[in-house]
Structures are given as structure tokens and as C-alpha cells.
Design a binder for this molecule. Structure first.
Ligand code: DGL
Length: 268
């Protein structure tokens, strides 16, 4: 199974997949050379996404998880791929729709919010829900810096979340790969009454369910290999990867670019 994200955050999906399906072999691609995706246009993110998918297919994966919320929001609709592909938006929206009383807040990158992907997915499931999405561009850098349990991060979160709290949200979707790492900090700010939905956990549950339905053999209790590929060298990646996966990691530097020319042509 291939998993990709713009950077290290998608490893929250990998960690969740490994705890549900410990025998599943995974190839993870972190497109660190092009991070962040969350500030870029839909056309650019679609181009990167096609390139990453083509790269993973060349490595022989039999399914792909688009772990990046921004890529799932802006590029999933543009894909026609020969293997199953999972994005994070729909499973995250379904988890929120299943538990919200009436008001769902979504925090995400600017690109994901601009795409309206979460409100659309939530309204497809429950048209009566009120949904408000808040872009939080400062959160990814704070997580990359490792400031997960820090007064500065709490203040930034308070600034972003207070309008949603005043509005009366009962459920909050953590709509970015990095945000599950901030869950304790978010909880400190929103208090116990708001239900937090982690889109990484939601997509791994969906993948496990779909694999079981299709009869795929991933039932062992250990042994799944994990290959970690990055498009640029990054000490911050290694540091956070070890924190997320709770194991030491070895990164391989790869280049996804050779496939680009034809793909760009097909997109234009
Ligand atoms: N992976 C991105 C997402 O989930 C966050 C980091 C970025 O902006 O590339 O939206």
C-alpha cells in the first residue's frame, strides 16, 4: 500500500494504519521538496498529486492513501487510477456527521478551506448540519517546529478556535495531517464538551474496512514493512517521524520528477 503526503504529517495516517493492520506493507512518500501544499493553487496541488501517484504506482503499490488533506480536497476528483485510492476528506466528514448534533467546525490549511471539500462532504451526508471552516496557516509550522505542548501554540490555537467556540460548535474536525499531533493542545482550548474528529484515524478505519470487505490478506499481528521516501532531505522530518511512529527511522531520498513532463501535458 502506498501513502503520500506533502511532508511528515501523513505519518499520523501511517501510525494509525500500522496499529490497525500491523501486517500491511507500506511505502510512504513525503513530498518534502514541495511542502507546503496547503498554500498552493488547486492546479499545482493536482499536478504534484498526479506525480506522486504515478511514482508510487511505478513502485508496484496495490492501493494508495492520499494522506494529505489539501491534496485530497483539491485533487482527488481529478484522478483516474488503476488501484483503489482513499482520500482523507470523506472518512473524516463521515466520522463527524456520525456524531455531531448540529454544528461542525473544521480546521485545515487555507487550500483545504478554500476548496469547501469538508462542508460539501458533510452536507452530502447530512444537509441540515451547520458547518464552519477556519484556515489555520500557523499550525503546520508550529508542529514542524515540534511545539506540540507549548504556550505559544496554545495561544495561536485559542485565537483560531475562539470564534468556533463562540458560535457553539459541538464537533471539530482536525482537517490537516499535522493536527492530530496537536490533539492534547486542542483539547486544552476547546474543553471536554467538543467532540474531536481525527481524519487520520477515520481514513485508516475506512481502509481496514474496505480491505476486509475485499478479502485482502492483511490479518497478521506484526511484520508489515515500512519504507520511508522523501523528495528532499530534512532533519525536521526525521525528528518528527520518530516522534509520530515511536521508532527510529531510515529515510531514502527519491526524485519523483522524471514522470512529470507527460503528466503536465495531460493536465494542460
Ligand atoms: N499535509 C497538509 C494537509 O494535510 C499540511 C501540510 C501542507 O500544507 O502541505 O493539508
Amino acid at each position: 500500500m502506498g501513502v503520500f503526503d506533502s511532508g511528515v504529517g501523513g505519518l499520523t495516517v501511517v501510525a494509525s494504519l500500522r496499529s490497525r493492520l500491523p501486517a500491511l506493507d507500506l511505502v510512504y512518500l513525503g513530498d518534502t521538496a514541495r511542502l507546503p501544499y496547503g498554500t498552493k493553487s488547486a492546479a499545482t496541488v493536482a499536478r504534484y498529486t498526479h506525480r506522486n501517484i504515478s511514482f508510487l504506482l511505478d513502485r508496484g503499490v496495490d492501493g494508495i492513501v492520499v494522506a494529505c488533506n489539501s491534496a485530497s480536497a483539491m485533487a482527488l476528483d481529478t484522478l483516474a487510477v488503476s488501484v483503489p485510492v482513499w482520500g482523507v476528506i470523506e472518512p473524516g466528514a463521515a466520522a463527524a456527521a456520525a456524531c455531531s448534533v448540529s454544528r461542525v467546525g473544521v480546521i485545515a490549511t487555507e487550500a483545504t478551506v478554500r476548496s469547501q471539500a469538508y462542508p460539501r462532504a458533510l452536507h452530502r451526508l447530512r444537509p441540515e448540519l451547520d458547518v464552519r471552516a477556519q484556515p489555520c496557516p500557523l499550525l503546520v509550522p508550529l508542529v514542524e517546529e515540534g511545539w506540540l505542548d507549548d504556550e505559544v501554540t496554545d495561544r495561536v490555537l485559542r485565537r483560531y478556535l475562539e470564534p468556533l467556540l463562540l458560535w457553539g460548535m459541538d464537533t471539530l474536525v482536525l482537517g490537516c495531517t499535522h493536527y492530530p499531533l496537536l490533539e492534547p493542545a486542542v483539547r486544552r482550548v476547546v474543553g471536554p464538551a467538543v467532540t474531536l474528529v481525527d481524519s487520520a484515524a477515520a481514513v485508516s478505519a475506512r481502509v481496514a474496512e474496505d480491505l476486509a470487505t475485499s478479502g485482502a490478506e492483511v490479518t497478521g499481528s506484526a511484520g508489515g514493512r515500512l519504507e520511508l521516501l522523501v523528495t528532499d532531505d530534512s532533519p525536521a522530518f526525521a525528528r518528527l517521524a520518530e516522534r509520530i511512529l515511536d521508532e527510529s527511522v531510515r529515510l531514502h531520498w527519491v526524485d519523483t520528477v522524471p514522470a512529470t513532463a507527460a503528466l503536465m501535458e495531460s493536465l494542460s
